[in-house]
Write a protein of this length. Structure first.
Length: 371
């Protein structure tokens, strides 16, 4: 992930065990660096890439698990609400996915946690939730993201979360609690049923112990209605117009919340964290075609709605990628022939040689990619 960045040889005490190992490794380090040899002894010592060891796993619900990770050299503390990209090999193929950090940056043991919910049909989340064991190593990025609380001014937050969208907000709540600075918080959390609530016991304990934290749990399957509507909001948080809002969850929830705050003229108070890129409504006649991957010689059929990144992975390729949301541009590939459709806007891209983000573009007829 960081192979293109300049690598500084770490300063070490030559009298230490690690220092002696560096000295020996340097003798054999051409063309590799000592860091590559240290990786064989302890992956957390490497400086050419950032790794994390799985210290513990804890099941939160039937389909969600918290991973306690110890990052290695090169890690920097996160801000509550930020995310990391994790890299893992599944079935011999390396995959990268983005997950919010659910622990507070004030945690005192040098570890962080990420909480993963299984995605139906996914490749990585079922492995992380069902198969990953303590002692395993993952690649990890440094923290990123601006879904964070302001440092300079006090706020009265309204948190709107659903499903695994609670994870970045949990980092914020844990930070408030550790620092003893819990503000006036209203937290509306949606889940199908009580046993589906991630961190349920901790949230209920927080609500009992922190008088300024008010938890409003909404169980959609019991109510038989959608995540969000205006009448419900007025009932659960009558002063919503006076609060800053942080919302994270499924796209349907976030779209409804965004429409509501924009209609009220309060869009500047809304902060949204999406786990998937928003998609435009496509016409029923949006068709795909044959996708040719010039670098491998493979040709596959694709529909007009599946991202080309997933098409490539299904064809046995392993393209570079990062966020899978059209943000980081790690997956940019040159379009050689044909045209693709940007699933976020519905716009067609057909200029030969143009870079396209294959994580958010689909085939729009036959297409050839420099991949």
């Amino acid at each position: 992930m960081f192979a293109d960045q300049p690598i500084a040889t770490p300063r070490v005490d030559p009298r230490s065990l690690r220092g002696r190992l560096v000295g020996v490794a340097t003798l054999f380090a051409t063309p590799l660096r000592p860091s590559h040899y240290l990786e064989l002894i302890n992956p957390l010592w490497t400086t050419h890439s950032l790794r994390a060891r799985v210290e513990a796993v804890c099941d939160e619900t039937r389909d969600a698990r918290t991973l306690t990770l110890r990052p290695g050299r090169g890690w920097r503390p996160h801000r509550a609400g930020q995310f990391v990209r994790l890299g893992v090999s599944v079935g011999g193929v390396r995959h990268t996915r983005t997950y919010s950090i659910s622990s507070s940056p004030d945690r005192g043991d040098g570890c962080i946690t990420v909480t993963v919910k299984t995605v139906a049909g996914g490749r990585v989340s079922p492995f992380l939730v069902g198969e990953l064991r303590p002692g395993s190593y993952l690649s990890i990025s440094t923290p990123a993201g601006d879904f964070v609380l302001p440092d300079a001014r006090p706020v009265r937050p309204l948190f709107l979360t659903a499903g695994s969208g609670i994870t970045p907000v949990m980092s914020m709540l844990r930070t408030y609690r550790l620092r003893g600075t819990m503000p006036d918080v209203v937290h509306v959390h949606y889940a199908p049923l009580p046993h589906d609530v991630i961190f349920k016991d901790e949230l209920q304990d927080m609500a009992a112990q922190e008088p300024r934290y008010r938890l409003r749990s909404v169980y959609t399957r019991e109510l038989g209605r959608s995540h969000f509507d205006r009448e419900q909001l007025e009932s659960l948080c009558p002063d919503w117009r006076e609060r800053d809002v942080w919302a994270c969850g499924p796209q349907a929830l976030l779209d409804a919340v965004e429409r509501h705050w924009d209609a009220a003229g309060l869009g500047e108070r809304l902060h949204i964290e999406r786990f998937q890129a928003p998609r435009a409504a496509l016409s029923s006649d949006a068709t795909g075609g044959t996708v040719s991957f010039a670098g491998s010689g493979r040709r596959v059929e694709a529909d007009g709605r599946t991202p080309l990144l997933r098409v490539a992975e299904d064809a046995g390729l392993n393209p570079a990628h990062g966020c899978r949301m059209g943000i980081c541009h790690s997956c940019d590939v040159s379009l050689l022939k044909g045209r693709v459709r940007d699933l976020r806007t519905g716009a067609l891209v057909e200029a030969e040689g143009q870079k396209v983000q294959i994580c958010v573009c689909a085939a729009a007829g036959s297409v050839e990619l420099a991949l």
